[in-house]
Design a protein around this ligand. Structure first.
Ligand code: ZN
Length: 786
């Protein structure tokens, strides 16, 4: 009988662990009939197919097509969309581009603040089809607004729809809306839809300058069916440098956002694999399950009073959906738990159910397990990177077989922990052994209180652990079924986190999964410590670990399903009239070898500066390339004159081929009194009234659309000599007949986060060298440099 109960309790724990993942999000059901007033994935897929047909980064032809399509879709909904466009220069990223936003509005019946639905429509510039990032967001809004309007309701608040542009470049479309669109004054709340991968549950994250209490209460009132949100995620998000369009609304206009993003399968993010095939329809269903109820709720809610001073701890929980309580409860809960803990120890010692020596001994297996598994997780991943160097090419930090590795490390940790505990735990010292885990968890909660208050809900499973502890003190053989039910909060809260850390932050976080596995195991000792079958379980876990390791190994190579990112650039140094092949790859493959050879030189041999990527990734290898004819850009000096001892210069860079990017660098340290790109004034540092250009640092990264040129206007001290370096990029390497580039093998794809498959031209020039032409010019402007 006891054995049956033990097996049943184990099955319950396994089932609950499964449910803690699978209960997080809705399941797409192909056969379901969806009412016109509901969100339907099938209906959303029709426009999505159109949007994700081709890569549609800013400046591409498909970008214009997608914009026109979105305008037409909004018109189909009976709205009158308009376009907002202007050049934007971002001082931080030094990016210059012309975002073209699509904006529409549904009039409300009252004059309160408006609800803004937001999603960007540009895809990443490495040919990414943008089905998830961010087609999924666009169709979530289109389909939800359609369903809302089909209900025949008239909203109290206005609903503004913003399909922003140039998010991938530097959040510039959102910047343009926040800084220049008159409707920004009306906005009370933003709902923003995003994707940082192609699958997994969508996480709700808050963006606010103030406290979150009011916002989180309203979110709970709106009552979405599958909320996935926690104050822990919010705290971690705030510590990371991830910015979204929502950040622009918060920083620029103090407007709060709920933003929703699915982040699993990160390896597909910003790659050619972000396509219709890889988008998980359950994730799209999840996005829809948020937005429709939120439109219904917030279109009628008072959006002028969402600000609060105080913060709440919150987390999602199956069936209850969301739990929340104010930060002010954290300390009393911690004190209460500590007092209960001490009281129970006192009680147990008094009743001779606990003994001091056994309590002390209980710390040994816990510490041993934590240290061993933590070290294995930390160094194990480093070792895997040595054994499988191809993983380093996946810049997202999460490999195609990453989920198998999570399973491997978790089961290995369980095998070790079961094994270690088996050696120490004896009949009749189970209760004493539970003191160490409870002590540790209280300690963790103390640390959390000091450094990461958002994780304060970790105390809740501890309270249930204290109840289990009490039962252990009262009964020699507690009912294991009852004990496994008391473990529900621990399982529902911590099991998803074991996976969340490596999925969210990369496989370098595997050691956190290992440590969390041990800590969760220890919290479940009221069940596990009574098992007679721990040896068997340890062996079973080890076998599972081996199984998952083999799975991972079998998926460790590149294939059509798991494509290797690689890169190739044709580089023309116009100054020395030399041409090179370049790559960012660490590993040369059969495709790059065709151009670079099997043993290429280090790129630093040919380039004085190997980092032209804003992510700080350097070119690795280079080889000489054949010379082809590339039409040079033209430099037109329009003005070079002296006014009040300042040298005023105006020139234009006119590309004579279809280029996608132009970067301008200063070749020496220089201070500008004024600086302007395509009419956008660069703000000068207040203290000096000067804008400092540093040698070899980009002054502007210009993302070209519609064949625009780059107009530069500046003034400097009259004695300054002024010279620049221009880097000009076109994404047309594959279409150059003279270079005759082979089609990529099917197991490779263009590398994300860098400029690849591009023709890159470098040229330096000084203004003085242009003046010769200017003095001949028909305008006859006085160069004034004597
Ligand atoms: Zn995005």
């Amino acid at each position: 009988m006891k054995n049956i109960l033990a097996v049943l309790s184990l099955l319950i724990i396994i089932a609950l662990s499964f449910y803690s993942f699978y209960g997080l999000m809705p399941k797409y059901d192909e056969s379901a009939e969806i009412a016109p007033t509901e969100f339907s994935v099938d209906r959303a897929l029709t426009p999505l197919e159109e949007i994700a047909k081709k890569p549609h980064y800013l400046g591409s032809e498909a970008h214009t097509d997608v914009r026109k399509f979105l305008v037409a879709e909004l018109r189909k909904l009976g709205l009158e969309p308009h376009i907002q466009e202007s050049f934007v220069f971002s001082p931080g990223s030094k990016s210059l581009n012309k975002p073209i936003n699509v904006v529409a509005r549904i009039e409300g019946s009252e004059s309160g603040k408006a609800l803004l639905l937001l999603s960007h429509y540009d895809s990443a510039a490495v040919p990414s089809f943008g089905a998830s990032d961010n087609g999924s967001g666009l169709v979530t809004i289109l389909e939800s607004v359609r369903a809302y309007l089909a209900s025949g309701k008239r909203p109290k608040n206005d609903i503004i729809i913003l399909f922003s542009d140039a998010e991938e470049i530097g959040l510039d479309g959102a910047e343009l809306f926040v800084n220049e669109h008159p409707w920004i004054e009306d906005v009370g709340l933003v709902l923003n839809f995003e994707a940082r991968g192609t699958s997994g549950p969508s996480n709700m994250i808050l963006e606010t300058n103030g406290g979150n209490s009011k916002l989180i209460k309203e979110f709970i009132n709106a009552n979405p069916d599958f909320p996935v949100a926690s104050s822990l995620m919010y705290s971690v998000y705030k510590m990371l440098p991830n910015d979204t369009d929502s950040t622009v609304f918060r920083e620029g206009a103090d407007i709060d956002s709920f933003f929703f993003a699915f982040i699993d399968s990160h390896f597909n993010y910003h790659t050619a694999n972000d396509n219709m095939y890889h988008l998980d329809w359950n994730s799209l269903e999840h996005q829809g399950s948020y937005l429709l109820p939120l439109i219904h709720y917030f279109s009628d809610a008072d959006l002028s009073s969402l600000k609060s001073e105080t913060d709440d701890v919150y987390f999602n929980f199956p069936l209850i959906k969301m739990v929340h309580y104010p930060f002010s409860w954290i300390v009393p809960m911690l004190i209460l738990a500590t007092l209960l803990f001490l009281g129970l120890i006192f009680y147990g010692l008094n009743k001779r159910k606990l003994n001091g020596k056994a309590i002390a001994l209980g710390f040994v297996p816990l510490l041993l397990s934590l240290v061993i598994t933590g070290l294995i997780g930390f160094f194990g991943w480093k070792l895997l990177l040595v054994l499988y160097p191809q993983y380093l090419e996946i810049q997202q930090g999460f490999t195609y077989n990453g989920h198998w590795y999570i399973m491997f490390f978790v089961f290995l940790s369980l095998a070790i922990t079961f094994g270690v505990y088996k050696r120490f735990i004896k009949n009749f010292n189970e209760a004493s052994f539970y003191v160490a885990p409870l002590f540790f968890w209280l300690l963790i909660n103390l640390v959390v209180f000091i450094f990461l208050k958002g994780a304060a809900f970790f105390i809740i499973p501890v309270f249930f652990g204290l109840v289990s502890f009490f039962v252990m003190l009262r009964q020699a053989r507690p009912n294991l079924l009852a004990m496994s039910l008391l473990a529900i909060p621990a399982i529902f809260i911590f099991v998803p986190l074991i996976q969340f850390f490596p999925v969210g932050l990369g496989l370098k976080m595997l050691f956190i999964s290992c440590v969390f596995t041990v800590l969760l195991f220890a919290l479940l000792l009221p069940v596990f410590s009574y098992y007679k079958m721990t040896n068997l379980l340890s062996i079973l876990c080890l076998l599972l670990a081996v199984f998952f390791f083999i799975k991972a190994h079998l998926d460790s190579d590149y294939s059509e399903e798991r494509r290797k990112p690689n890169s190739l650039i044709y580089y023309r140094d116009s100054d020395s009239n030399a041409s090179y092949w370049l790559t960012y790859d660490k590993e040369i493959d059969e495709w790059t070898e065709t151009y670079l050879g099997a043993n290429p030189e280090q790129a630093s041999k040919y380039l004085e500066n190997t980092s032209y990527s804003k992510y700080g990734i350097n070119f690795s290898y280079a080889a000489e390339a054949p010379k082809i004819d590339i039409p040079e850009f033209e430099l037109i000096l329009k003005n070079d004159s002296l006014i009040d001892n300042l040298r005023n210069i105006e020139f234009t860079i006119v590309p004579h081929r279809k280029v996608n990017r132009v970067e301008l660098y200063s070749t020496q340290d220089i201070s500008f009194n004024t600086l302007e790109f395509n009419g956008q004034k660069v703000k000068l540092a207040d203290s000096t009234k000067l804008y400092r250009g540093t040698k070899n640092a980009a002054l502007v990264n210009y993302y070209v659309s519609e064949g625009d040129s780059l107009k530069v206007k500046l003034s400097v001290e009259k004695s300054s000599s002024v010279s620049f370096k221009v880097m000009e990029y076109s994404f047309d390497l594959m279409d150059k007949p003279e270079l005759n580039i082979k089609k990529r093998p099917d197991y490779t794809m263009p590398k994300p986060f860098v400029v690849t498959d591009a023709v890159m031209v470098k040229r330096t020039f000084s203004i003085d060298s242009l003046r010769v032409k200017l003095s001949d010019s028909i305008f006859g402007i006085n160069p004034g440099m004597n």
